[in-house]
Design a protein around this ligand. Structure first.
Ligand code: GLN
Length: 209
């Protein structure tokens, strides 16, 4: 099996850093700005940025429906920070009428840890990783509620609250509140590439049997 081609939604945010991490994790990468690029990829990363701007740009570039459609068909996706918001089925503290691609059965609260000054770093225990992951949170969202099919992958303590959910997985979808592309640790991207490879291997088996 050739290495998967993973798109990075290139409307805003750390596109170059995500592509570098994906390539370190053994995938090929493509900047995605057009509907035909959405059709080409085996999976998609949605970077951080400003979720309201990103959905507005996605609409302008005619990407909202094509991406939402591929997610419904099972396209693997990894959303980081604003990208987590874009994957969520429901948002709290969004702007009126804020749209998302959807697919992830969670409620996500925007700016859950406060404003820019409340950006922080933390070492997280992560399901599936043997050592803690150093995470950078920048005006980060957090997951307030998860549906039945959603696994909590990491939590963080903040202020007097413990167990705030900051990484989740649901079948082919992965999302983090933080920015794994900027700390030089590619283990989250490796987890995602493994998810994508696993899905492709089972699709191969079902077409050959
Ligand atoms: N606060 C931003 C939003 O709501 C997300 C911040 C980020 O991606 N670093 O879209």
């Amino acid at each position: 099996m050739s290495s998967p081609l993973i798109g990075v939604l290139a409307l805003q945010g750390d596109v170059r850093e995500h592509r570098a991490m994906l390539e370190r994790a053994g995938a090929r990468s493509l900047a995605v700005r057009r509907p035909r690029e959405v059709e080409q990829v085996d999976a998609l990363v949605m970077p951080g940025g400003e979720s309201t701007t990103m959905t507005r740009l996605a609409r302008t570039f005619d990407l909202l429906e094509p991406v939402a459609g591929r997610l419904r068909e099972g396209l693997p996706a990894f959303g980081t920070c604003a990208g987590m918001i874009l994957l969520a089925d429901r948002i709290e503290a969004g702007v009126a009428g804020q749209e998302t691609f959807g697919g992830l059965d969670v409620v996500v609260r925007r700016n859950a840890f406060g404003r820019q000054v409340d950006s922080f770093e933390a070492d997280l225990d992560v399901v599936g990783l043997d050592r803690p992951f150093h995470a950078m949170f920048i005006r980060a969202p957090c997951v307030e509620k998860v549906g039945d099919g959603v696994e909590v992958v990491a939590t963080v303590a903040s202020g007097n609250r413990v167990g705030r959910i900051v990484a989740v997985r649901q079948a082919h979808l992965l999302a983090t509140s933080f920015h794994p592309e900027i700390t030089g640790d590619s283990r989250f991207h490796e987890l995602f590439v493994d998810m994508v490879d696993g899905g492709r291997a089972s699709a191969d088996r079902s077409t050959t049997s």
